[in-house]
Design a protein around this ligand. Structure first.
Ligand code: ZN
Ligand code: ZN
Ligand code: ZN
Length: 261
């Protein structure tokens, strides 16, 4: 199972418009540090599933028929805005799965174009080609699902964003499920440093605790904000060895035993 983090930014991205912090300055001078809307591609053999659709160039990145499905965590702009353009394309309908949310986003449900929307239900596993996908409720300001994804050989990857901590049922599920790799919302630096109160998103401390508690060999921090980048740029601040703050475009192969190839 190959996981490619196409975008790793929080809402507003890095660099943030008008910001002159060290992380935003670095991203302006070196495109490698730009963080685009948070999304990932999960590839198993020939099948590709796109997790979230906030990138605005989806219609250029993918060919018709290339994606088996698009799976949405929730209907905030930074996770769905790329669909506004993609829907007017030509070709076969693209299945788009997400949490039940009558509001959806803008006029996507009214004018879906070639997008074929379907609601998922919490903890009800669906099969998408050779992958099994289980929606897990998250704590966010809109109905939001994370996803537990397993291939036929039992390799397990969970994608948990956007969220602040995990609801009890999801926490319990993750504790028993034993993911090999876990990607987690990490929008903020440790709150003890920033002095802010957390709403709707994890800080570094919470995200690292979720990964440790899960027992996963590998953890990936995503949905990163510019303040988190500033924190990471300080050499005094380090992450545990098995946890990476991912960059846009970084890819990881989980082999059949679930270790990193
Ligand atoms: Zn978001
Ligand atoms: Zn900044
Ligand atoms: Zn959100």
């Amino acid at each position: 199972m190959r996981i490619t983090f196409l975008g790793t930014g929080g809402a507003g991205g890095v660099p943030r418009f008008g910001c002159d912090c060290p992380a935003c300055r670095r991203a302006k001078s070196d495109p490698e540090h730009i963080r685009r809307p948070c999304s990932a591609l999960v590839q198993e053999g020939d099948h590709k599933i796109l997790l979230d659709a906030g990138l605005m160039d989806l219609h250029e990145r993918f060919e018709p028929g290339e994606l088996s499905a698009i799976v949405l965590t929730h209907y905030h702009a930074d996770h769905v805005q790329g669909l506004l353009h993609l829907r007017w394309g030509k070709g076969d309908p693209i299945p788009v799965y997400g949490p039940p949310d009558p509001e959806g986003f803008a006029d996507l449900f009214k004018h879906p174009g070639l997008l074929d929307f379907a609601d998922l239900r919490a903890f009800e596993t669906i099969e998408l080609s050779s992958l099994r996908l289980t929606p897990l409720p998250l704590n966010h300001s809109k109905p939001t699902f994370g996803y537990a994804i397993e291939n036929r050989k039992g390799t397990r990857f969970a994608y948990l964003t956007d969220t602040l901590e995990l609801p009890a049922g999801t926490n319990e599920y993750i504790r028993h499920w034993q993911a090999h790799g876990l990607a987690v919302d990490c929008s903020h630096p440790p709150t003890k440093t920033s002095g802010k109160e957390l709403h709707n998103h994890n800080d570094v401390t919470t995200a690292v605790a979720i990964i440790h508690r899960s027992g996963a060999n590998r953890g990936w921090l995503t949905h990163l904000g510019h303040e988190t980048d500033c924190w990471l740029m300080d050499p005094a601040n380090t992450l545990p060895a098995n946890i990476t703050a991912v960059a846009d475009g970084q890819a990881f192969d989980l082999d059949d035993g679930g270790t990193l190839a």
